[in-house]
Design a protein around this ligand. Structure first.
Ligand SMILES: C[S@@+](CC[C@H](N)C(=O)[O-])C[C@H]1O[C@@H](n2cnc3c(N)ncnc32)[C@H](O)[C@@H]1O
Length: 282
């Protein structure tokens, strides 16, 4: 087991350097919980021995495994519900009008974890906007964690996971039960391109996005990193595109280029137009 605070500090520095995520120094018990399976599987004597090994070795697979295990992957289908209602009532109807010539929409889930978020968007499109199925709809879903992405690509969920946010109608229409798990059917898996992308590195390979979901990930970064990521979002979002953050996240004090738009039930962000005098909602 992890024997000293110093060991956990090393892990915190490692996670922060490679992913930007700032771990809570008081939560060393989380390292014990999340790293124990790796320690056991790789037959290290103890967690302390594993951390010593990491400290003495050049960066490699074990370092990556440790970082991925320490990131928070919490997610669920249609998480918080409201962003998806806004997609349905406002965003897609607006894009259907404004993109009717090119018939292309680019959507990016920028920290998609195990895939529930992009699958929710794919289901919403099939349910509410079948006319979009003849368009080019690109859903790019990315994450730092290749382990989470492997799960997302396969689209297999436990009964507990599938019941978090999904109605039984949608579950039965878009997932196939195999034993104790449910797997997304090809129809929705084929709508999503999963790829590994570290938000603190370059995003050059991405097209301009009409919708960006950057939800429940900014909270883990320091101020400087949040600013730098929002600056990159600004250049990746179409001038009339839509940015969705998590419930506890905001662009306020971080970027003056975005304005928050409060809908009846939800909050989303748009790029501020020159000359716009709409007030910040947050
Ligand atoms: C709490 S989950 C949020 C998942 C989903 N967006 C949601 O709201 O349900 C946070 C995700 O951010 C990912 N993450 C953390 N740091 C990252 C980075 N530097 N680049 C890309 N993804 C990162 C984690 O791997 C994790 O899957």
């Amino acid at each position: 087991m992890l024997s000293s605070a110093f060991d956990f500090e090393y892990l915190c520095n490692l996670v922060r350097e490679k992913s930007g995520v700032v771990l809570d120094l008081h939560k060393d018990y989380l390292a014990t919980l999340h790293l124990s399976p790796i320690v056991t599987q790789a037959k290290f004597e103890s967690l302390a021995a594993f951390v010593d090994f990491l400290k003495q070795s050049p960066f490699g697979q074990f370092h990556l495994q440790a970082i991925e295990a320490l990131l928070i992957n919490e997610t669920s289908f249609f998480r918080d519900r409201y962003p998806f209602e806004v997609l349905k009532s406002l965003v897609f109807p607006a894009l259907i009008q404004s993109r009717s010539a090119q018939k292309t929409i680019h959507i990016w889930c920028a920290a998609c974890s195990t895939g529930q978020e992009p699958y929710s968007i794919a289901m919403l499109i099939r349910e509410a906007f079948p006319e979009l199925l003849s368009w080019q709809i690109w859903i790019i879903a990315s994450d730092f964690s290749s382990l989470a992405l492997d799960r997302a690509r396969i689209g297999k969920y436990t009964t507990l996971e599938i019941n978090r946010g999904l109605t039984s109608e949608l579950r039965d229409r878009y997932f196939q039960q195999t034993g104790q798990s449910w797997q997304a059917i090809d129809k929705i898996r084929q709508m999503i391109e999963f790829r590994q992308l570290n938000l603190i590195e370059s995003w050059h390979s991405l097209p301009q996005m009409d919708i960006i979901f950057l939800r429940n990930v900014l909270i883990y970064f320091d101020l400087e990193t949040k600013r730098s990521i929002l600056n990159k979002v600004q250049h990746t979002l179409q001038p009339d595109g839509y940015l969705f953050l998590g419930g506890g996240e905001t662009t306020f004090h971080l970027s003056s280029r975005f304005e928050a738009v409060r809908n009846q039930t939800s909050l989303y962000h748009r790029l501020r137009n020159a000359g716009s005098n709409r007030l910040l909602a947050d």
